[in-house]
Ligand binder design. Structure first.
Ligand code: UDX
Length: 436
């Protein structure tokens, strides 16, 4: 099939590349000329495991091309994906100007039937709004479909190639037929393609992410309570997770959820409910708890150092909001850095992928180390903010020689408590016994 993808951000690039991989001809279009030029030269603009192989292969075989020319991109496309940003506007509601603007541009160019797919996470009712733009500007038959993405950063290629489900919101039989054909190769294992109306599809995305954010937040609160009552959150996690209705996944407590999706989507759903005079109380609680959880390590430090962090120097392992990504959007590490600097402490940080992105925002207010051990030099304590595999089994001898004090505040529960006792550390983790 012939496909156009508008927007080559994270979602657009993964979508375009993975669609090319099953034999479709894909043209990706973006307004950013420098970025398009780079991609035309085979340079991949994001870090996503496994994507580079598919990216280079499909470019080499001519199924994946890049342009800045919208007219060229959509001319022969039967299906046009819109993967455009929907940043939170000043009031927390998603800003639709990119999507509605692109719809208007497309509506002036189309000459034959096309399916327009909304891939971005958009408020309920957006498909109707986009459809209205087409109705206003062209007499050509166009079906606007909602088809949210459920890609996790770090495993996005797998999530696209073998999705748990594909959600498609459309009431058009013609569009359904085309999309069944398009997505068929991705659900061969038997996972469902779920057809529903546009509004239900749009809400499915927000509800899925908000539910997952709630699940994590619930566990973070259980962990906080564990610390107070002397229980072990790992045991509780396993105890509840074995119940199929709860499930083992997504129950790991930590220092709050971050990233480009959960914070934005929870906020947008709460806002949408507000606009319809519905007070979505759970979501308000989730947002409040998560704000506090992001700096729970700093609260622990303040307690340990009797409210005085002035002149203290901390090593920080992990900057990205989660492992296997360089994405630092809403990363707890940024909130921690901010708080530490406010309290007069200094920080030396290491992250396997996220350093450049942090440098761009934080600049020289902190030191950046070229490996995890260098970050420990002269540090009063080590703080762990991201569960990168490389931090899971470090060289403890080397750590001992470098750290000024054997003190670890671990926001991701990486180490075995017995081991920390044996090694003689002060070890403060989340929802588990304090080792001191
Ligand atoms: C998420 C959704 O999973 C994906 O389906 C959606 O479409 C986009 O948003 P992503 O933001 O890439 O994906 O990250 P994910 O792996 O879901 O983690 C989100 C946040 O939750 C991270 O900050 C992570 O550290 C945190 N998390 C996750 C926990 O704190 N505990 C867990 O058990 C799982």
């Amino acid at each position: 099939m012939k496909i156009a993808v508008i927007g080559t951000g994270y979602v657009g690039l993964v979508t375009g590349t993975c669609l090319a991989e099953t034999g479709n001809d894909v043209i990706c279009v973006d307004v950013n000329e420098a970025k398009v030029l780079k991609m035309q030269n085979g340079e991949i603009p994001i870090y996503e495991p496994g994507l580079d192989i598919l990216f280079h292969r499909n470019i080499a075989q001519g199924r994946l091309v890049f342009t800045t020319d919208l007219a060229v991109a959509i001319k022969d496309a039967q299906i046009i994906f819109m993967a455009l940003p929907t940043p939170p506007g000043g009031d927390g509601a998603a800003d639709l100007s990119y999507i509605l603007g692109a719809a208007k541009d497309i509506s002036k160019l189309v000459t034959e039937y096309k399916v327009i797919i909304n891939k971005s996470t958009v408020p309920v009712g957006t498909a109707d709004k986009v459809q209205a733009v087409f109705t206003e500007n062209t007499s050509v038959e166009i079906d606007v479909v909602s088809n949210p993405e459920f890609l996790r950063e770090g495993v996005a290629v797998d999530d696209f190639m073998k999705p748990d489900r594909v959600v498609i919101g459309t009431r058009s039989e013609r569009a359904k037929k085309l999309l069944l054909e398009l997505y068929g190769p991705y659900v061969r294992q038997g996972n469902p393609i779920l057809f529903m109306d546009e509004r239900s599809s749009e809400l499915t995305k927000y509800a899925a992410n908000s539910f997952l954010a709630t699940k994590i937040t619930f566990m973070n609160e259980v962990a906080n309570l564990c610390e107070i009552v002397g229980a072990d959150v790992d045991a509780v996690r396993k105890g509840i997770g074995s119940d199929d209705r709860i499930g083992k996944r997504f129950l790991f407590p930590g220092i709050g959820y971050g990233g480009s999706c959960f914070p934005k989507d929870v906020q947008a759903l709460a806002k949408a409910a507000d606009e319809h005079n519905y007070d979505f109380q759970i979501l308000r609680a989730v947002m409040n708890v998560n704000e506090k959880q992001k700096v729970v390590l700093v609260d622990k430090l303040l307690k340990y150092y009797k409210n005085d962090l002035k002149g203290k120097h901390f090593a920080l392992w992990g900057l990205a909001f989660k492992p296997e990504t360089d994405d630092i959007r809403e990363a707890p590490a940024l909130y921690i850095i901010n708080e530490l600097l406010k309290h007069g402490a200094t920080v030396a940080a290491f992250d396997p992928e996220g350093v450049n992105n942090v440098k761009a925002v934080v600049g020289d207010k902190i030191q950046y180390s070229s490996n995890q051990y260098e970050a420990l030099e002269g540090a009063d304590a080590l703080l762990i903010a991201t569960e990168w595999s490389v931090f899971r089994n470090p060289d403890f001898d080397r750590m001992e020689q470098t750290l000024t004090n054997k003190v670890i505040f671990d926001g991701r529960n990486l180490y075995d408590l017995e081991k920390m006792i044996d090694l003689g550390y002060y070890y403060n983790s989340i929802g588990r016994k304090l080792i001191n």
